[in-house]
Ligand binder design. Structure first.
Ligand code: FAD
Ligand code: DHB
Length: 391
């Protein structure tokens, strides 16, 4: 079995890369460990930058997205019992899209299947070998062990995949783990506000988001050791009411909770993002703490840069794009890493932080929402920095 590009992982990165390469006439095989149902129902991100939406639109992948998305033009920062709106579009000319990652994954799976090119579910890659020579991906499917030979391996298999470990000796890792996690719940109830609310409260961070006009997405900062069992419905709603409460005029709409999970917050970068003919993309190469809503958007940029570089290499033998891939992505990734760390640090309660640190957070929040210069800096990062040239 042989292909031009073996794509390991059918998350947003792998599926989008497969489609961008299909549009350029490049042959790929996509291998995914989980079932189709599993990847289409996994609740994760919900915020897309305008740059990501533009790219999906140009690739012909955004018809349903344009029909069903919510467009947001601002976000609210809540502290001291009062909301402070940052008018993102007024400050930057850019808008945000609310559209569930699992809905995007459904669209990408459908687009892939429509091309007739291979996408194998329940087909875990078990090893990646000879990436500095003739790469081979070994995987299992229907109980049979198989070998996929290829020119290039795209490691799109997320943080817990096999591609990064396969070349670990050639990589340097930079990592920071935070002393808190997020409990995320999905509730069948109309959102309680038109926009996202990021709340900095003395009991910890909370976030009000949404998936549609009928489904609310909410997050609470919790200790990283907490399991979902520690958070029955009543406790979730009480804590959300407290942290999202304000001095005047806010009622939190409550409804049935239909999904509940705990996610650790982590900052992680691999350098470089390439070894030989193996290219790492998305969560396989880097993780940001969820606070800035950047993870999915970073994955989109990586695969856009990689697709353009692979096109030049296959068509003209021009290796320069592949040589530049890692540095091109990493320069923007480190900027986004800083933004995500900064926003996380500003909004969360660090367990052993002293009252001085809390005062600094509040001073930062007042400056951010009170100064147009500061709000503009926040806004240009939050709506998404320009994509690298050629992506
Ligand atoms: P993944 O989505 O992890 O996909 C990797 C795929 O590879 C998976 O399907 C996995 O099953 C498969 N795989 C793994 N190992 C193997 C193997 N050995 N063989 C074959 N397949 C394998 N980002 C944002 O931009 N905005 C947000 O609002 C946001 N909110 C988030 C909220 C939460 C609660 C979480 C958890 C994440 C959030 N993120 C957000 C981050 C975002 O979800 C990820 O960055 C994104 O999923 C990365 O896509 P990916 O394709 O690189 O990795
Ligand atoms: C969502 C997730 C985020 O990490 C964020 O910053 C904003 C919204 C969400 O899932 O809706």
């Amino acid at each position: 079995e042989r292909t031009q590009v073996a794509i390991v992982g059918a998350g947003p990165a792998g599926l989008l890369l497969a489609h961008l390469l299909h549009l350029r006439g490049i042959d790929t095989v996509v291998l995914e460990r989980q079932s189709r149902e599993y990847v289409e129902q996994r609740i994760r991100a919900g915020v897309l930058e305008q740059g990501s939406v533009d790219l999906l639109t140009r690739a012909g992948l955004a018809d349903r997205l344009h029909r069903e998305r919510l467009v947001h033009n601002g976000v609210e920062l809540l502290f001291d019992g009062e909301g402070h709106r940052v008018p993102l579009t007024e400050l930057t000319g850019r808008e945000l899209t609310i559209y569930g990652q699992h809905e995007l994954v459904k669209d990408l799976v459908a687009a892939r299947l429509a091309t007739g090119r291979p996408l194998l579910f329940e087909a875990p890659a078990v090893s990646v070998e000879d990436v500095t020579g003739s790469p081979v991906v070994r995987y299992t499917h229907n109980g049979v062990e198989r070998e996929l030979h290829c020119d290039v391996v795209a490691g799109c298999d997320g943080f817990h995949g096999v591609c990064r470990p396969a070349v670990a000796q050639a990589l340097t890792v930079y990592e920071h783990v935070y002393p808190f996690a997020w409990l995320g719940v999905l509730a069948e109830v109309a959102p309680s506000a038109e926009e996202l609310i990021y709340a900095s409260h003395d009991r910890g961070f909370a976030l009000h988001s949404m998936r549609s006009l009928a489904v609310t997405r909410l997050y609470l900062q919790v200790p990283p050791t907490d399991e979902v069992a520690a958070w029955p419905d009543a406790r979730v709603w009480t804590e959300l009411r407290t942290r999202l409460g304000r001095t005047a005029g806010f009622t939190l709409n409550e409804g049935p909770i239909i999904d509940r999970s705990v996610t650790a917050l982590r900052s992680f970068v691999t350098e470089p993002m390439r070894h030989g003919r193996l290219f790492l993309t998305g969560d396989a190469a880097h993780i940001v703490p969820a606070t800035g809503a950047k993870g999915l958007n970073l994955a989109v940029v990586d695969v856009a840069v990689l697709a353009a570089a692979l096109e030049r290499w296959f068509a003209e033998g021009d290796e320069s794009g592949l040589e530049a891939y890692s540095a091109t992505c990493l320069s923007r990734i480190w900027r986004v890493q800083h933004f995500s760390w900064w926003m996380t640090t500003m909004l969360h309660l660090t367990p052993e932080a002293d009252p001085f640190a809390r005062r600094l957070q509040l001073a930062q929040l007042r400056y951010l929402t009170g100064s147009t210069a500061s709000a503009t800096s926040f806004a240009e990062n939050y709506v998404g920095l320009p994509f690298p040239e050629g992506a």
